[in-house]
Design a protein around this ligand. Structure first.
Ligand code: FES
Length: 218
């Protein structure tokens, strides 16, 4: 004898085998489409969240070829290297201005001493940057004094960087702060080599702050 299901019990009826198979296929299709859509949305989102290694998010500017060759030929002295920094401010046309950086060679043999002298760059959360400080055996230091933004010089006799404004001094090999009112050691810049050209991204760091805070990228 067959019993008709009441309306309240109708949801318990699994239906025919064909109907069950059809429902399973539709459910699987919905899951698969949902997965593809999720993946399509997730990839650019994750890409936008991930730091762009080595650029720090700025524009790459080529270093002067002649200076760079002189630097590569040099031994353990810092070399002043000029570059034309390109920058874009909002919707304004791209602008260019002349800058210079201090290049220091950093072979493997000096790396341990560099890290020991500059824990602010490698260990302290307040001083770390989101790009490799040492790349291709070089470190590029910004020429801007971390005290109040003057440009410092290199003194060959003392092997120190010396700021003319208020007397801050920094080690000529590591950029560690040695004397004067500067609140931290020298600031590094992202550096790379591409198609035979050396390039850096210029960064403005906040002055007079023990922490290394990025104010703007070029
Ligand atoms: S700006 Fe360099 S010591 Fe003050």
């Amino acid at each position: 004898m067959e019993f008709a299901l009441s309306e309240a019990e109708a949801y318990k009826d699994p239906g025919t085998p064909e109907a069950i198979t059809r429902r399973k296929m539709m459910a699987n299709a919905v899951v698969a489409v949902g997965g593809v859509i999720g993946l399509v949305l997730a990839v650019p989102l994750l890409g936008s969240l991930a730091p762009i290694a080595g650029t720090g998010g700025g524009t790459w500017s080529a270093l002067n070829d002649t200076d760079m060759k002189q630097f590569i030929a040099a031994t353990d002295k810092p070399v002043r290297i000029t570059l034309t920094v390109k920058s874009q401010d909002g919707y304004l046309p791209e602008s260019e201005n002349e800058q210079f950086v201090w290049g220091v060679k950093m072979p493997e043999t000096r790396l341990a001493a560099f890290k020991a002298a500059r824990p602010d760059l490698f260990e302290d959360a307040a001083g770390k940057v989101d790009f490799p400080v040492v790349n291709l055996g070089f470190v590029m230091f910004s020429s801007i004094c971390p005290h109040l933004g003057c440009k410092f010089n290199y003194d060959n006799d003392s092997h120190r960087f010396a700021c003319p404004c208020h007397g801050s001094q920094f080690d000529g090999s590591t950029g560690a702060h040695l004397a004067g009112p500067a609140p931290r050691g020298l600031d590094p810049l992202p550096f790379r080599e591409t198609s035979g050209k050396a390039e850096i991204t210029w960064i403005d760091y906040r002055s007079s702050d023990p922490a290394r805070i990025i104010v703007a990228y070029s």
